[in-house]
Design a protein. Sequence first.
Length: 145
Amino acid sequence: MDEFMQAAIEEAKQGWQEGGIPIGSVLVIDGKIVGRGHNRRVQKGSAILHAEMDCIENAGRLKARDYQRAVLYSTLSPCDMCSGTALLYKIPKIVIGENVTFQGPEAYVRSRGVELVILNDPECIQLMRDFIAAKPELWNEDIGV
């Protein structure tokens, strides 16, 4: 397992332990994690704190050239909001733990020149399956259903 995806999985597990949604993310520049986060919508009463948003926020203000050599790792396929943020900052590569339980606008993101790597990691899939089975109403709220 890639060390960066493993860090994202640890973030996801932390979110689950906090009573939130088990999705994690890390932002990597030049082989170093510069930001990490997990879905904290429940914990913070937030409308937008998906894992990728939390991660990018926690990385702080970066220069455009920093984002342009970054890799965003997420345990789950990024939604429209999170994909849009990656596009806005021109992050060239996203490594996705899984897209079995949910798939964001991957074709569109690819059409904009972003490299997507889909791992379909069994641990990521199981985390989401367990969560969706335990809290379907919270999951539906998170994805806007």
